[in-house]
Design a protein around this ligand. Structure first.
Ligand code: C2G
Length: 502
């Protein structure tokens, strides 16, 4: 089936075609009102229903699969045609394909699709208040947990009755003999819901089939179920920090030709420009809340995480019993949209924020202007020369940045940075130094570069890092293992100080 469900009517001149999109999961009155309102705007209403794969991209997981949602929407009398929405980019082509006169959405999307107004009218209509799929899901979960409570109460009641008839008395006498008494919870057998919730909450996935569910249902109670999940290899791999003591040496090229450097830099630049255009805040902190469609309502929270970074920095300095060179000049590498930069600006006399992506920097620039921040300058790094031309400075800051650069680039950038750091100055940076199975060969890498694969993760082996620290006379003041690069990386955040040369 090509995904289009329609009542096929010829398009004529006084036709006014309305185009809209949605997930329409757990179809509710809000959806119906919207479709009715939109149909009244024209003579034909066409609806793009998000596929399950696309919803995964949106960070949504639906209860009702695409096929059924599409059929439900198509059966609504206001709807003339339904087709699959597979990605964000298809709208312009769809408008042309359906000769849409109006593109319309509920006002929770206000402003998000204005760029389409060059090809058709763009409208945002008021949403129906107090109803949403998310609210229905929450109500369902609450209902389910009420049912579960009801079950527990019922079994407690049952326990009371059996006690009355003396059944349990015998058992409790036995248990008393060996000094333990089975609690109510231990006596309540495992339910199917508990098994499914255990998979979702502890392994972030659904059980693979009914057979595994049946196997868990054999367990005497939910404590045994929990024990089994927490001791499982999958849970440990997902949630417990890896031990890196036994990983082999990493095979990593760091010395490469100038020409290869340029290619590396251009590739990293291109990747981050794409991210900066498409999802700038998410590219800095990869959480759904910071995706383009969610950032407006989470912008404050986003910048508060920058403050959090300063708190951690201050803790490192106090552990090292060192005062940060606040009267000095601070340089931040990979400042992005300024998440930490503007917090650093409240700590240091002057901050230079450097980034490889113009699209990120332009957002930082407007934030700086809107908030009248004077002691920050933002610099686009279009080559390593940008770093080399920097005036020397007293403090260097960089977290969740170096990890996205291939090792030769990390090596070269740290060299320049450590060289430019004034004696007595400090550097604070986070860097992954190990990951099982990681290797880097420049030829292999350059031959497999994929510009679409925007967010890369790399490591910089400790041996090279410690060599650099030694070469530039940097003394370790504080070092912490961190989780900044995720479970599979051995990542360190360190505070170092440049020894004053005699
Ligand atoms: N809607 C509404 N009133 C509600 C809930 C939803 O008017 N109480 C509208 C939304 O504004 C949207 C449409 O119903 O225009 C579909 O909403 P969702 O199913 O939540 O769709 P969404 O996930 O927002 O997908 O490319 C755009 C996306 O596909 C939109």
């Amino acid at each position: 089936m090509n995904g289009r469900i329609s009542t096929l009517r010829a398009v004529n001149s006084n036709e006014k075609t309305i185009l809209t999109y949605g997930t329409f999961d757990l179809f509710h009155i809000g959806h119906l009102n919207l479709l009715r309102k939109l149909r009244r705007l024209g003579t034909r209403l066409i609806v793009g229903v998000s596929t399950d794969e696309f919803n995964a991209v949106k960070g949504k997981r639906t209860i009702i699969p695409y096929e059924q949602r599409a059929k439900i929407v198509a059966s609504v009398k206001y709807v003339d045609e339904v087709f699959p929405e597979r990605n964000w980019e298809q709208k312009r082509a769809d408008i042309a394909r359906f000769a849409a006169d109006v593109f319309a959405m509920g006002d929770d999307w206000v402003g998000k699709f204005d760029e389409l107004s060059d090809v058709c009218e763009v409208l945002y209509v008021p949403r129906t208040k107090d109803i949403s799929t998310t609210e229905i899901k929450t109500a369902l979960i609450q209902h389910a947990s009420h049912c579960r409570l009801d079950v527990i109460r019922a079994s407690e009641r049952l326990h009371g009755i059996r006690q009355d008839v003396g059944e349990v008395a015998k058992e409790s006498v036995e248990a008393k003999k060996v000094g333990s008494h089975p609690t109510i919870a231990e006596r309540v057998s495992v339910t199917r819901d508990e098994v499914i919730y255990a998979y979702r909450f502890l392994l972030e996935r659904d059980p693979e089939n009914e057979a595994v569910i049946r196997d868990h249902l054999k367990l005497p109670n939910w404590m045994e179920l929990r024990k089994r999940f927490i001791n499982s290899a999958e849970f440990r791999a997902r949630h417990l920090p890896k031990y890196f003591g036994c990983i082999p040496v990493h095979d990593v090229d760091v010395s490469i030709s100038e020409e290869d450097f340029d290619r590396l830099l251009k590739h990293v630049q291109a990747s981050w420009e794409i991210l900066g255009r498409e999802k700038p805040h998410w590219s800095v902190l990869t959480q759904d809340a910071y995706l383009p469609q969610n950032i407006d309502s989470n912008m404050k929270r986003f910048f508060e995480t920058g403050e959090g970074g300063i708190t951690v920095l201050n803790q490192a300095a106090s552990r090292a019993k060192r005062a940060l060179p606040k009267d000095g000049a601070c340089v931040e590498l990979g400042c992005g949209v300024g998440r930490v930069t503007f917090a650093l600006a409240r700590l240091f006399r002057y901050v230079t924020g450097i980034d490889i992506s113009y699209s990120h920097l332009s957002l930082a620039e407007s934030y700086k202007k809107n908030n009248h921040i004077e002691n920050v300058s933002l610099v686009l790094m279009d080559s390593l020369k940008t770093l080399e031309d920097l005036p020397s400075f007293d403090f260097f800051y960089s977290t969740i940045v170096l990890q996205h650069n291939p090792p030769p680039l990390i090596h070269r950038m740290l060299r320049i940075i450590f060289n430019k750091l004034n004696s007595g100055g400090m550097a604070y940076f986070q860097i992954p130094v190990a990951r099982e199975g990681y290797s880097f060969s420049i030829n292999g890498y350059l031959s497999s570069i994929d510009p679409r694969k925007t967010m890369e993760m790399h490591i910089f082996p400790q041996v090279y890092l410690f060599k650099l620290l030694e070469e530039y006379g940097l003394r370790l003041l504080d070092i912490q293992r961190d989780n900044a690069a995720g479970q599979n990386f051995h990542s360190l955040t360190m505070l170092v100080e440049k020894c004053t040369r005699a």
